[in-house]
Design a protein around this ligand. Structure first.
Ligand code: ZN
Length: 283
């Protein structure tokens, strides 16, 4: 992403803050939110009133503020929006790059005390990340991307973010950015679940392998590392596909790193050929 500081690319989105447009074919020029509203059959006639998922590429050249997202219940009650559970796959990480996920307080009193004492160094759980790592970040989890990482993100289609801590950075006028401390205290899970599951299910394919990174109530994410021709079945309402690396063809059409598309429910299988890493996010 061409950016000096932080780049965020919404790859497949029907969220009003950044709606994707269909690039070609019968529905060329249509916005994804309209297409979902008018042709629900393409999306397996899902009951959700709005397209439920969003995929992004995040490029962090600076430390991002520590944030937390509400769950659906809190989001709907306070923000008229779904909450946000997300997951990250690390595409690139500079040597020593870290991320923040979770915290060390055991009770809400300890959590609030650490905030009052400005003791974020001890409160926040941070660790080094490497290319190929995957993290499931349920709503209510404090998290931050640190400088030097490029990340694929799949998430519920929501843009509700509470900024918890911004390292006391000041802008040109000497002001710190607005925080949402009370909302953060309300929605953060205490104690945090600090277990990071890095045991994923691997399956052999005809030419390559498939890794299932997560299968939750919100989404499923599979990574296909392809080394030749493979048929990938679609028994989902739709598949959100991102080519993360390499190039090849998809039913004969050329695709390459940086392409993102939706396989609709009427397409029950797709022939992929080439050497590429393909991430597929589904419900
Ligand atoms: Zn987030």
């Amino acid at each position: 992403l061409p950016s000096d500081k932080v780049g965020e690319y919404w790859a497949i989105s029907a969220h009003p803050h950044g709606v994707s447009t269909v690039k070609n074919g019968v529905y060329q020029g249509q916005k994804l939110d309209d297409l979902y509203a008018e042709h629900r059959d393409l999306f397996g006639n899902r009951p959700e009133p709005v397209f439920p998922l969003l995929t992004k590429i995040l490029d962090a050249n600076d430390w991002l503020s520590v944030q937390v997202h509400p769950d659906d219940q809190y989001g709907l009650a306070h923000e008229n929006s779904l909450g946000k559970t997300e997951c990250w796959y690390v595409l690139q990480a500079d040597e020593g790059t870290k991320m923040v996920m979770g915290h060390h307080a055991q009770t809400r009193e300890e959590f609030v005390k650490a905030i009052e004492e400005d003791d974020y160094d001890h409160l926040l759980n941070s660790f080094e990340i490497n290319r190929g790592d995957f993290f499931y970040i349920p709503s209510g989890t404090l998290h931050a991307i640190c400088s030097g990482s490029l990340i694929y993100e799949a998430q519920q289609s929501s843009d509700i973010t509470y900024r918890f801590y911004d390292y006391h950075r000041k802008d040109k006028e000497g002001k710190e950015r607005q925080l949402h401390v009370q909302q953060s205290i309300d929605v953060t899970n205490v104690p945090a679940n600090l277990e990071v599951n890095q045991l994923f299910v691997n399956t052999h394919l005809d030419h390559g392998s498939k890794t299932t990174y997560v299968e939750s109530e919100f989404f499923k994410v599979d990574c296909y590392r392809l080394t030749g021709e493979n048929i990938i079945k679609n028994n989902h309402p739709f598949q959100m596909v991102s080519i993360l690396d390499g190039e090849g063809t998809m039913n004969g059409d050329e695709v390459k790193k940086g392409d993102h598309f939706i396989v609709c429910s009427d397409q029950k299988e797709v022939i992929y050929d080439g050497t590429m890493t393909v991430m597929i996010c589904t419900l």
